[in-house]
Design a protein around this ligand. Sequence first.
Ligand code: PLP
Length: 370
Amino acid sequence: MALAKIPLARPVVTEEMVEAVANALRNERLVMGESVFKFEEEFARFIGTDHAVSVASGTAALQLALIASQVRGKEVVTTPLSFIATANAAVEAGATPKFADARERDYNLDPVKLKMAISPHVAAVMPVHLYGHPCDLDPMKEMCEKKELRLIEDACQAHGALYKGKKVGSIGDFGCFSFYPTKNMTVGGDGGMITTNSEQLAKEVAKLRDCGRVSRYLHDVVGFTSRLNTANAALGRIQLRHLPEWNERRRGISKIYAKELKDLEEVVLPPMGDKDITPVFHLFVLRARRRDELVTYLTKKEIESLVHYPVPIHLQPVYQQMYGYKEGSFPVSEALSKSLISLPIFPTLKDEEVKYVCDSIHQFYGGKQG
Ligand SMILES: Cc1ncc(COP(=O)(O)O)c(C=O)c1O
């Protein structure tokens, strides 16, 4: 079966969304227009927090949450298996990023390793709900409460995922989300959101994103120009309405992948969730033998795949230079980064396209001929 090229991700932009952007541009203030505040209200309601503050990107969300947590001169513990922005945000907030290894079971920060990384220098813990799969938050939250550390959830890949019946981003002191176009929902460009139940913390980050303003030309902290544009918020409001149905479709696609690939001994399927965990499959990530050859094979079949992430953060040249990390420091993340492969997943992906991807993987390993 020959199909058109299958991309890894494809954002949905409908006429209704384009119309909403046009309306916002015609009728509202272009910065801090009413769509921004409506989007924040609706997002907070969706996540189940008292407050949501929009910002210019997911990285800005993390950075401002960290600054409001007063981490300057301290350490922030996170996972080395994430997008580099997670750790960059700590550096940008004036802290030193410290890593604790991921665990094989769910690719997320290992609570046992995390505990071992805590010292009196640590001010905050920043787990990442990688690929849309919630972290094991209970032990982390308990430890943070005991040691009086801030818990900042990097939920940039996990809009709508549930941990023990609660949306991720509502459990820590802060939740941080990205609306980059390939995420489960977008604002039609860069954007981000910070969620929190604390009124005081919400005020703090709202001030930081808006030049440190107390009032129009009165500033009591050094802030940033890190607001979400009105037009982007208008588009985000409509995306948010579709998010539950899109996440459901992502779970449906994942089930097809799991069913079609379960008999292949060369691959390990991702965790599919259980009574405590409802993932949102931002990515569908396998562990695969001969991973790099598989990527090349799929490319020939017009199927896009990617590796998230081929180089763990501690081994990025800049992190090696700045902090002297060496190969072998975080063996689980390093081993995972050599076998992970992300397959196409997005709400408009068709069942037959998923099957074509699976047949191609079977062909590669010399099993079923498609
Ligand atoms: C886990 C994680 N953290 C942080 C970010 C940063 O988000 P943004 O690209 O919106 O700055 C991303 C996405 O790019 C991400 O996937």
